[in-house]
Write a protein that binds this ligand. Structure first.
Ligand code: SF4
Length: 389
């Protein structure tokens, strides 16, 4: 932690807008890394990715550089390298590790920094509120909406609203709890940064090409089965907009080209195979297997420019009239994929709890887990209709 204490806020939290602005002033581009003078940044970016792969949530600040530029620039460079590697599971692992590291660093910060990030980056409605009630020292109060958005993901009783002190629509939280609530926001935020860069890996200069090659060789095999694992969420975990498109397809309604594209790119990005996506469209009366396959494989980056398309953002969905109820059911997400990831985190937590309850009752825990999965279903097994055109 000694290095962390010496580093500036922007170096410790490189996802901050001010960190990106500072970096922009340095005028670094991908081509800059052809110059060996920047090799420390490349090394640190590699270490960021390997640490994320190896330690995930258990990452520590052991590899922080005491050079501000190295620490700052290695973050976006890691994202570039991850998009070049092109493994979504590694991307999630990286976001998990970066959020976990940020949380550990935030635990050592004063109120000012915590408030700045909570308010300015995540727009959280948080106020300082020093109170000691029943021996618990509360530090902040949080608007109900912000509290629920995070706490609904947790299953421990202490997070349930009935067990909280709520006053005039605000929930008292300790500093540790506020930081814990910020962790999921940071993870989503990092994933959004990755999503924006996904499918557009730039041409890399030789030192970066070598670094990516080395990473591919050194990343632990099977590492990257984490958090969301390889499990695919059924329609109950999809955002309302994607569920609505699916339902319209199933009912034989005509769906716009953009809506078809949005759904197909969403399904590809959550990890569905092109064949499974195609099966969703196969019963459409105007289904043309050849064209549909071409389109889905194009979206998946298997044809043409070899660029995997990202899922349209919520604002693009809104512009195309596909957002449901202006997003009021979605907790402020900016991309449908973020909704899905949250729903999956919640679902997997529930599955785990069910399995634990099963074990406690002397039943086969694995059976409970299987039941939970069966209830979740699989999108590919359900929606059997339509063409992507
Ligand atoms: S807010 Fe985003 S995820 Fe939710 S319905 Fe609208 S477009 Fe879909």
């Amino acid at each position: 932690m000694e290095t962390a204490r010496r580093l500036s806020i922007r170096a410790k939290y490189p996802f901050l807008p001010e960190s990106r602005e500072y970096l922009a002033k340095h005028g670094l581009t991908i081509e800059s890394f052809a110059d060996p003078v920047y090799s420390r940044i490349v090394e640190r970016a590699k270490a960021r990715i390997l640490d994320a792969a190896n330690y995930g949530d258990n990452i520590g600040p052991w590899n922080l550089s005491d050079d501000e530029l190295v620490e700052l620039a290695s973050f976006p460079l890691s994202i570039v390298m991850i998009t070049s590697i092109g493994d979504r599971r590694l991307a999630r692992r990286f976001a998990l590790a970066e959020s976990s590291l940020a949380v550990k660093l935030l635990e050592g910060e004063g109120e000012e920094v915590v408030l700045k990030i909570a308010r300015e980056v995540f727009g959280m409605d948080v106020r300082v509120e020093k109170r000691t009630i029943s021996g618990i020292e509360y530090d902040y109060s949080l608007g109900l909406k912000d509290y629920l958005r995070g706490a609904l993901l947790f299953n421990k009783p202490e997070w349930k609203l009935v067990n909280r002190i709520v006053e005039r629509g605000r929930v008292l939280v300790t500093s540790h709890e506020l930081i814990r609530l910020m962790k999921d926001r940071i993870m989503d935020y990092v994933l959004e940064l990755i999503d924006r860069a996904w499918g557009k890996p730039p041409k890399l200069p030789k030192p970066l090409e070598d670094a990516v090659k080395e990473l591919r060789e050194n990343l632990p095999k099977n590492l990257i089965e984490i958090e969301l694992g390889s499990e695919l969420g059924g329609p109950e975990t999809w955002p309302p907009c994607m569920r609505a498109i699916r339902e319209r397809l199933l009912s034989g309604e005509n769906v716009s080209h953009f809506a078809n594209f949005a759904l197909a790119s969403f399904l590809i990005n959550i990890g569905m195979k092109p064949e499974e996506v195609l099966s969703l469209y196969a019963n459409r009366p105007d289904f043309d297997a050849r064209i549909a396959r071409y389109q889905v494989e194009h979206i998946a980056g298997l044809r043409g420019s070899r660029t995997r398309y990202t899922t349209p953002s919520c604002s693009t969905m809104r512009t195309n009239g596909l957002c449901v109820k202006g997003g009021e059911l979605c907790g402020g997400v900016r991309n449908p994929l973020t909704y899905y990831r949250r729903a999956m985190r919640r679902k997997l937590k529930l599955d785990k709890d069910k399995a634990e309850v099963g074990r406690e009752r002397g039943e086969a825990g694995g059976e409970a887990m299987r039941e939970a999965r069966d209830e979740g279903g699989n999108a590919a097994a359900e929606g059997q209709s339509n063409n992507t055109r």
